[in-house]
Write a protein that binds this ligand. Structure first.
Ligand code: CA
Length: 305
């Protein structure tokens, strides 16, 4: 068994102005993050999470290290929110999957209500339990799935990255075999599109990760697109694992969708889509130059006065 094609797609949806979701599609590491917070803070939180997760990719070995990179992401977001008043209170979900082709497993770590599913033999199995208010009410039997789907507080999450110094991360390791497809998604998909409809679309697209990603995002928008929607899909195919080159450095270009076929496309141009990219260093450099100029002027002024 080895990883086959993989694809990720994110869309603002039809109601929101900004897209606060981010994703990572860097085989064998995949993640979805769904940010929250005022102004640009939600976007910042999910991007910080995605960047920290991606950075940790080379250190990942198994379940514990996947949880470790999620905790690192938490610490980074929390530090930033303490330091930066405009980002105070920001947070994000994170659902991460790391595939070990040799062991034929995926280590899954998650915080919040972004989900991981395994699609096998026509059956869609949810691999994560939502850390959400309605999720807890359903688990304790006080709410049915149908009631939860229309509950006014269905988007309230009970655990997030970045809101506290420490976070409890749920982890598990699941077995994989060729023919499986794994789907990670933000609640912009799972709240808008029922599991049966997801299954129908996976069948219709023959579980092609790229086609399925497009179909799922389109379905969420057709259903109202009330939230940002993000999906990451990867397939497991027959064959021996191929030695995997180190992930390429991000070139900072922004794209809204990507498809990678592993392992060949790992060397491709752009399998990374979230910022901050190299371009964003320029404002900081200009600011530094401006500050130096002001300092020089003040020194000169103090002499000529
Ligand atoms: Ca969301």
């Amino acid at each position: 068994m080895r990883l086959g094609r993989a694809a990720g797609q994110t869309d603002t949806g039809r109601r929101r102005r900004q897209n606060e979701d981010a994703f990572v599609c860097e085989p064998p590491l995949f993640a979805v993050a769904d940010g929250m917070g005022g102004a640009q803070a939600g976007e910042l939180a999910s991007r910080l999470a995605a960047a920290a997760i991606e950075e940790g990719a080379l250190r990942v070995q198994g379940e514990e290290s996947v949880a470790g990179i999620v905790r690192t992401a938490n610490a980074r977001i929390f530090e930033r929110s303490v330091r930066d008043p405009t980002a105070a209170g920001m947070g994000t979900t994170a659902t991460v999957a790391f595939v070990d082709e040799e062991a034929e497993t995926a280590a899954i770590a998650h915080v919040g209500d972004s989900r991981a599913y395994r699609y096998r033999d026509g059956v869609l199995e949810q691999l994560t339990t939502d850390h959400s208010l309605v999720g807890e009410l359903v688990r304790s039997g006080r709410l049915t799935e149908a009631e939860a789907a229309v509950h006014p507080h269905r988007s309230v999450i009970t655990r997030a990255l970045g809101t506290e110094a420490d976070v409890e991360v749920d982890t598990r390791t699941v077995d994989l075999r060729h023919g499986d497809l794994v789907l990670l998604c933000s609640d912009g998909l799972s709240a808008m599109v029922r599991d049966e409809e997801i299954v129908r679309l996976l069948e219709e697209t023959q579980a092609d990760p790229h086609d399925a990603a497009e179909a799922l995002v389109a379905a969420a928008n057709r259903a109202g697109g009330e939230d940002n929607v993000t999906v990451v899909l990867f397939e497991l195919v027959e064959g021996a694992p191929v030695a995997r080159p180190a992930p390429p450095a991000s070139d900072g270009r922004e794209t809204t969708a990507e498809t990678v076929t592993t392992p060949a496309a790992v060397n491709g141009d752009d399998v990374s889509r979230h910022g901050p990219g190299k371009g964003s260093r320029w404002p900081a450099l200009l600011l530094l130059v401006a500050l130096l100029a002001i300092a020089a002027f003040l020194v000169w002024w103090s002499f000529v006065r």
